[in-house]
Write a protein that binds this ligand. Structure first.
Ligand code: UD1
Length: 344
C-alpha cells in the first residue's frame, strides 16, 4: 500500500521536483503545504502535466500552527514529512536575519511538534552544504565538522539540524534524515518544470540562462584570483531531479527501517568540483553561442571552493547521480525556453 507523504514547500523548486519523483516511484501518495509567498500554485499544474496526478495544496503558512495542524486533523494517514519550506537567499538573510530565524526555525518547530503530536513516523529535512562553512579539507563528508556559519541562512540550517537531533529524546517515534545539498541546478529533463527565480536571480545557472536568452545583457564572473585551477570559484553542482530522487530513496530507507540511528545525516552532491568558468564554457556549448560575461571582483561572502563526498548516500541509500553538467545545463536551457513560450 502506498504511504502518504506531506511535502512542505512543494510548489518550490526542489519540492516540486520531489513531488514528481515521489509520484513516479509508484510507492507514495503526496500532499503539499505551501503558502506560495515565494512560489506559485501553478507549479502544481506543471507537476500534473508531467505526472498526470493532481496534487492537493494547503495554502498555509507553517508558522501559523493552528492552520498547519488542521492539515493533520484532516489527514490522519500521513506517514512522513519532507520539509523544504524555507527562505534560502544568502544575501537577503544578511539584510533581514530575524525574518530568516523566525520563518525557517519557527516553521521547523511546528513541523517537529506536528511529528510528535500526530505520530508521524518519518521526517526528511532540507539542509545545505553551507553548514560546513569555509572548509579547508575537500571533499566534504558527513564527518567534516561544521564551521562558522557565514550568513544567517546557513545558521538557520545549523540550528535546524540541532533542533531535529534534540527531538530524538522526547520523540523517538519519528526517525529523521538530514540531507545536505550542494548546488542544485537544472530543470526536469522534459523542460516542463524548473526554477522560477526572482526577477533578478542571484544564482549562477539562472543568471547564465537569462544571459543566454537575452533577458539579461551581461553577467560577471565573481573573482578570477582564487587559488583554484582557473582562478574562479569551485562548486559541486547537481541536477535537481537527482536531488529529488535522493529524497525518494531516503524515504524508502526510513520506511524500510534501514536506518541505524534516529537521526542520520547525508551529503547530496555530485562529488565533482566545477569552476564558474568551466560552467560558462559548458553552457556556451549547450546553447550554441558565446555568452556575454566579464571577469569581475570577488563577491563578498563567497568561499573559494567546496565540493562533497556523497559515497554515504550512494552506499546506504543506493542513490547515484544520473545527470552530468551538460544535462544540467541542457535541461535548464529547455526550461528557460519553455518559460518564454508558456509562462507570461
Ligand atoms: C549558496 C549557498 C547554498 C545556497 C545557495 C542558494 C554556499 C557554499 N552555498 O550557493 O547553500 O543554497 O547559495 O542561494 O554558500 N557566480 C558568478 N556570477 C554570478 C553568480 C554567481 O560568478 O553572477 C558564482 C559565485 O561566485 C559562486 C558560483 O557562481 O562561485 C555559484 O554561485 P551561486 O549559484 O550563487 O551559489 P552559491 O553561492 O555557491
Amino acid at each position: 500500500m502506498k504511504k502518504k507523504i506531506l511535502v512542505t514547500g512543494g510548489c518550490g523548486y526542489i519540492g516540486s521536483h520531489t513531488l514528481i519523483e515521489l509520484i513516479e516511484s509508484g510507492r507514495y501518495d503526496v500532499l503539499c503545504v505551501d503558502s506560495c509567498v515565494r512560489s506559485t500554485p501553478e507549479t502544481l499544474d506543471r507537476v500534473k502535466n508531467i505526472t498526470g496526478v493532481e496534487v492537493k495544496n494547503y495554502k498555509v503558512d507553517i508558522c501559523d500552527k493552528d492552520a498547519f495542524f488542521k492539515v493533520f486533523e484532516e489527514n490522519d494517514d500521513i506517514a512522513g514529512i519532507i520539509h523544504f519550506a524555507a527562505y534560502k537567499a544568502v544575501g537577503e538573510s544578511v539584510e533581514q536575519p530575524l525574518m530568516y530565524y523566525r520563518n525557517n526555525l519557527g516553521a521547523l518547530a511546528n513541523v517537529l511538534e506536528a511529528c510528535q503530536k500526530y505520530h508521524i513516523s518519518h521526517l526528511l529535512f532540507s539542509s545545505s552544504c553551507s553548514v560546513y562553512g569555509d572548509v579547508k579539507t575537500l571533499p566534504v563528508n558527513e564527518e567534516t565538522p561544521m564551521g562558522e556559519a557565514f550568513c544567517p541562512y546557513a545558521h538557520t540550517k545549523q540550528i535546524g539540524e540541532a533542533m531535529i537531533r534534540s527531538m530524538q529524546v522526547p520523540n523517538p517515534g519519528t526517525t529523521s534524515l538530514i540531507l545536505r545539498y550542494f548546488n542544485p541546478v537544472g530543470a526536469h529533463p522534459s523542460g516542463m518544470n524548473g526554477e522560477l527565480s526572482p526577477d533578478k536571480p542571484n544564482n549562477l545557472i539562472p543568471i547564465i540562462m537569462h544571459v543566454a536568452s537575452g533577458v539579461l545583457p551581461q553577467m560577471t564572473v565573481f573573482g578570477t584570483d582564487y587559488d583554484t585551477r582557473d582562478g574562479s570559484c569551485i562548486r559541486d553542482y547537481l541536477h535537481v531531479s537527482d536531488i529529488a530522487d535522493a529524497h525518494v530513496k531516503a524515504m524508502d530507507y526510513l520506511v524500510e527501517h534501514r536506518n541505524t540511528d534516529g537521526c542520520e545525516v547525508f551529503n547530496l552532491g555530485s562529488g565533482n568540483g566545477v569552476t564558474v568558468l568551466e560552467m560558462l564554457d559548458a553552457a556556451e556549448k549547450v546553447v550554441g553561442h558565446r555568452l556575454n560575461y566579464v571577469l569581475g571582483d570577488r563577491r563578498p561572502g563567497d568561499i573559494p571552493a567546496i565540493y562533497g563526498d556523497s559515497s554515504k548516500a550512494e552506499q546506504l541509500l543506493h542513490w547515484h547521480c544520473r545527470y552530468n553538467v551538460d544535462d544540467m545545463i541542457a535541461s535548464a536551457w529547455k526550461w528557460e525556453n519553455y518559460l518564454k513560450e508558456n509562462v507570461k
